[in-house]
Design a protein around this ligand. Structure first.
Ligand code: NAD
Length: 353
């Protein structure tokens, strides 16, 4: 029997913007017994310095290269840059032999995603995509029930991430920095989580349309996610998409994604199995009870912070030599599915995968 030691790990964060300072660093502050943030880097040194001061991080740098040179003992790099920088930063980290936690989406293009995969596999380092909605307590409870056979064969799913007016500002609408619009930014959450919960069926084809019809709205009284870095004023991405995926064995999934649309807001995953189905928030199971009547069951679940659970999981995987639940292979499959959405929408036809 192999017994692994729990060691306190050292992490260097790259990208000191919104997600780093509002989500990852507060999560690390709850995990000081298992992981220590030893450095942070940003191409705008001032952002790295501000974050270092605010979160008592000992060192700050102006690039991933400087960080890797200055901190040879770190266990992993946590990538919180804008999307187009994920690939160069991940490749530099892999070449230095460092494990990688990377914010969603994997990359700005399939080509960049494949380059990350090649670098990670060549270096033999661990990689985990930070697709945070896989890490909620409800998702974990669902998986427990699914693996015990409660749902039977899950053959169809529906998901949505629809905002009425919720387009982020700054670089998010600029293809050169983001790679795409609502699909890559929030579609990835809904599609990744739902595909994962279905049991990762092999994708066969994608049919989709994307739209840019509301664009740079001037609606008053609505909130927007404002990134810290990058340019503003360019909007050359889609603002919504409707998607149909076919999987092996006749399984399928629909997805509705919007940063801005004239309809009702929703962020849902619905799964349909041969024995039972379910919705989330709260996890509600639609099946039949022992007496043969229809039943709606809401299991009791203890909730926790998704970001904290996500980082705790990665640290645990590194310490115990386990593969994360969102590994590079899943990240590449999802990136292929997202890429095919754009190709399908451009050609107005179904794309085989
Ligand atoms: N999980 C979630 O729910 C969630 C939410 C928002 C954003 N994100 C993801 O987090 C990432 C960052 O988004 P954000 O909102 O924090 O953006 P942001 O602009 O606020 O922060 C990005 C930071 O990265 C820095 N940067 C860019 N290239 C760099 C490089 N090569 N080296 C070092 N620093 C670099 C920028 O200067 C900027 O400060 C994106 O990939 C985004 O998709 C995830």
């Amino acid at each position: 029997m192999v017994i692994f030691m729990m060691r306190k790990l050292k992490v260097g964060i790259v990208g000191a913007g919104n997600i780093a300072t509002n989500a990852h660093l507060p999560a690390y502050a709850e995990l000081t017994d298992i992981v220590e943030v030893v450095a942070i880097a940003d191409i705008v040194l001032e952002y790295a310095k501000d974050a270092a001061e605010k979160f008592s991080i000992p060192h700050y740098y102006a690039s991933v290269e400087e960080l890797l040179a200055g901190e040879p003992d770190i266990d992993y790099i946590d990538i919180c840059t804008w999307t187009a920088a994920h690939a160069p930063v991940a490749i530099a980290a892999a070449k230095a032999g460092k494990n990688i936690l990377c914010e969603k989406p994997l990359a700005a293009s399939l080509e960049q995603g494949l380059a990350i995969e090649a670098a990670v596999k060549e270096a033999g380092v661990q990689f985990m995509l930070a697709v945070v909605t896989r890490y909620g307590a409800e998702q974990q409870k669902f998986i427990e029930m699914r693996d015990a056979g409660r749902f039977g064969d899950i053959y169809y799913a529906k998901c949505s991430y629809v905002r009425r007016r919720g387009t982020p500002g700054g670089w998010f609408t600029d293809k050169a920095y983001a790679g795409g619009g609502a699909v890559l930014d929030i579609g990835v959450h809904a599609i990744d989580r739902t595909w994962y919960l279905m049991g990762r069926p092999t994708p066969v084809s994608v049919s989709a349309e994307t739209s840019y019809r509301i664009g740079n709205y001037q609606t008053k009284g609505v909130d927007r996610w404002q990134p810290i870095g990058g340019p503003t004023g360019v909007f050359n991405t889609e603002d919504s998409a409707s998607i149909f995926f076919r999987f092996e064995d006749g399984k399928s999934m629909t997805a509705e994604i919007a940063w801005a649309i004239n309809g009702c807001e929703s962020a849902t995953t619905t799964l349909y199995g041969s024995k039972a189905g379910c919705t989330f928030e709260p996890l509600t199971v639609y099946g039949e009870n022992e007496d043969g009547y229809l039943s709606d069951e809401v299991p009791e679940i203890e909730h926790s912070n998704f970001f904290t659970e996500e980082i705790r999981h990665f640290v645990d995987c590194l310490n115990n030599g386990r593969t994360p639940i969102s590994p590079i292979d899943d990240a590449v499959t999802i990136q292929r599915m997202l890429d095919a959405i754009y190709v399908s929408a451009q050609r107005h036809e179904e794309i085989k995968l």
